[in-house]
Write a protein that binds this ligand. Sequence first.
Ligand SMILES: *[C@@H]1O[C@H](CO)[C@@H](O)[C@H](O)[C@H]1NC(C)=O
Ligand SMILES: *[C@@H]1O[C@H](CO)[C@@H](O)[C@H](O)[C@H]1NC(C)=O
Ligand SMILES: *[C@@H]1O[C@H](CO)[C@@H](O)[C@H](O)[C@H]1NC(C)=O
Ligand SMILES: *[C@@H]1O[C@H](CO)[C@@H](O)[C@H](O)[C@H]1NC(C)=O
Ligand SMILES: *[C@@H]1O[C@H](CO)[C@@H](O)[C@H](O)[C@H]1NC(C)=O
Ligand SMILES: *[C@@H]1O[C@H](CO)[C@@H](O)[C@H](O)[C@H]1NC(C)=O
Length: 763
Amino acid sequence: MITARYFVAALLGFVSLFISVTAQEITSDTYFYGQSPPVYPSPEGSGSGGWNAAYAKAKALVAKMTLEEKSNMTYGTSSVKNGCSGNIPPIARLHFPGLCLSDAGNGVRGTDFVNSYPSGIHVGASWNKALARQRANAMAAEFRTKGVNVALGPVVGPLGRIAEAGRNWEGISNDPYLCGSLGAETVQGFREKGVINSVKHYIGNEQETNRNPSGNVASVSSNIDDKTIHELYLWPFAELVHAGAGSIMCSYNRVNNSYACSNSKTMNGLLKTELGYQGFVVSDWGAQHSGVASTLAGLDMAMPSSSFWGANMIEAINNGSVPESRLDDMVTRIIASWYYAGQDFGYPAPGIGMPTSLTQPHTVVNAKTSSAAQPLLSGAIEGHVLVKNTKNALPLHHPQLLSVFGYDADVPYAWDAGQFGSFAAINNQIQNETQVVAGGSGANNPAYISSPFVALTARAYQDGTSLSWNFYSMNPSVNPASDACLVFINSYATEGRDRSGLHDPASDTLVNNVAASCSNTIVVIHNAGIRLVDQFVDNPNVTAIIFAHLPGQDSGYAITSILYGDTSPSGKLPYTVAKNESDYGNLLSPALPAGDFVLFPQSDFSEGVYTDYRAFDANNIEPRYEFGFGLTYTTFSYSHLQISNSASKQQYPSGPIGLGGPTDLWNVLVTVSAQITNTGRVSAAEIAQLYVGIPGGPVKQLRGYDKIQIQPGRTETITFQLLRRDLSVWDVVAQKWALQSGQYKIYVGSSSRILPLTGTLTI
Ligand SMILES: *[C@@H]1O[C@H](CO)[C@@H](O)[C@H](O)[C@H]1NC(C)=O
Ligand SMILES: *[C@@H]1O[C@H](CO)[C@@H](O)[C@H](O)[C@H]1NC(C)=O
Ligand SMILES: *[C@@H]1O[C@H](CO)[C@@H](O)[C@H](O)[C@H]1NC(C)=O
Ligand SMILES: *[C@@H]1O[C@H](CO)[C@@H](O)[C@H](O)[C@H]1NC(C)=O
Ligand SMILES: *[C@@H]1O[C@H](CO)[C@@H](O)[C@H](O)[C@H]1NC(C)=O
Ligand SMILES: *[C@@H]1O[C@H](CO)[C@@H](O)[C@H](O)[C@H]1NC(C)=O
């Protein structure tokens, strides 16, 4: 029985067609051999891209290590007792202190005296590069004080391909450009404090369903063609490598049916050859599935332990299956990242502030500082996206009576020591309390929780406002004297499972029930991913809707500031909100084991680069709220588009490989500017966006943005610099980034569909 597989090169990318001649279940992995091209040997780190000094020191240290010491550096040990997610043991003889690796991308998890920062999706919704850097700086200071050498984040994959995917909220955006630029700021912010980032999850980790093998069912395989992986999924990783990331975490899924942590094409090929990556690759926790094979494919460290390495590694070197130079390179990459971050001098001892238990006596290491206050609060404020504001509902005008409803308005009934860092406790309760962060290993630890209700109470105290509330009734009674009814709902998500839909009948009903007797119903949604609003958006009594995302511990202060107009909302959607689930088509739900492949679930990325707004544009589907959309309390006008396109341009880059690829991919080729005027009455920030229509590609793709505060009546000029990489497509034949000859379209405006300025650029 044969299942024939054909690859058809379609006009705009590669579409793979699987044609079953006869139905027969595939039972052996050998069926898939060769689907991911072999790339060997594993490139040795060279020290290029500014890593020379770190490599020189690392090589000197590694040269002093015995075979067993080197081997011990490559996998996590349980012999070190602390609360870190993973530990590399010390080598006392060489004064190497060991390494602590710990969650998460939005703040330290599993300990006390730390803060809960806005999550990835909230950073994406803020579109603020400087703020992303400040947040990273403040978080990194806490990781450092706690003795965490490697912070497990930021997340730039998943890239939101599947609307219901459970970890999209940990990632920054569904757009690779937005994700990459804010992710790069994050890496730089961590580097300024000497903390190594482990950028995750590499690569194609777009669903939770079947992410790990279970019984005799293998992990889902993300089948991604060469053009799509370069232009979409690899894009943010390239940018974070360019920014100096010291660690990349390979993911649970398979890519073209080869486990991501044993895949030589993705690790040796794309990452260590094409992107010139100098750091180390660490497995996601438990994602190592082979010994010799993962070693040769480019995996450098296994976590939290390894059943494949250790004694077997030494045997494999002794019997010639693994060259010792490969082990040397693994350890050199690990140690070089440590030197590159400057952790060899003055760094707190690994895990010093990470106790194994918070209910037992432990040394207090207070990582909180006053410098975190501003990024915590601004970060929380800026990720709120106002999408509807009618009848002058917001900002509130000195309300005499506010009625507050919804299970998301108040703090959890308990937040005690047992809950710190515990997946289950957080998971079970967040559905009945205000959601400041979602579930799984990205659930960070708040120092306190400013809930919407607590913050509104403080404001009411100041203003002499009356409050009425009912958090749990799904059909509460409303005092007709209410100036406004605030309904707080959330949509929960967690690592380990995908969501079952994008709306929620219970909270939709709550909103409509309140609106039936309140003509000024304002809905606030703490959404861990896309949340549809069509069940209530057209209700005339629903006057305002805010996507409040996952603000971290300052949630209540932030929403109160926005509701009262102390700050004009300034976030924009980092994803597309459809009118209905079906509008996402095949990209709504995760792939499931099916047909001949019940033992080997297949997820074919046959849509190519057409995900999120690229798909809505290509399929002519009108979204409810488009990518990049968000309202504020003023209005802006756009004018004076200027495109300066001077230098003549060769088709391909010609520079040497630096961090992230050929160095000249980062050369500025075109400059675009525009003027923006605040035509309203209050000061507010606008996020100006630039989209490029590359000949033969999607109608438009984000390639520039800037967030700028503009006073009423003032005009500011915004300048966008377009790099070679921004204007290139991946040429699968030449295996290079290529400029296209012809007319490029340039669009500038306030969202992906409100683009008042258009121009062209000829290359
Ligand atoms: C996956 O397979 C496609 C189709 O053959 C190919 O274009 C791509 O390079 C492969 N990628 C990896 C990482 O194996
Ligand atoms: C390597 O690790 C093993 C297991 O933790 C330990 O028993 C051994 O002493 C270590 N070897 C060296 C040389 O540190
Ligand atoms: C060498 O050792 C490794 C690790 O134990 C083992 O997997 C491999 O089969 C051995 N190869 C030979 C040729 O003995
Ligand atoms: C939420 O908490 C309230 C009050 O403790 C309780 O009555 C209700 O059953 C809870 N709902 C859920 C879904 O846990
Ligand atoms: C809007 O609210 C008013 C009460 O303020 C109510 O009389 C009316 O029926 C509501 N309209 C809808 C469409 O629910
Ligand atoms: C909305 O999407 C759901 C889920 O895909 C589908 O069952 C339903 O038919 C769609 N409704 C409309 C009006 O398109």
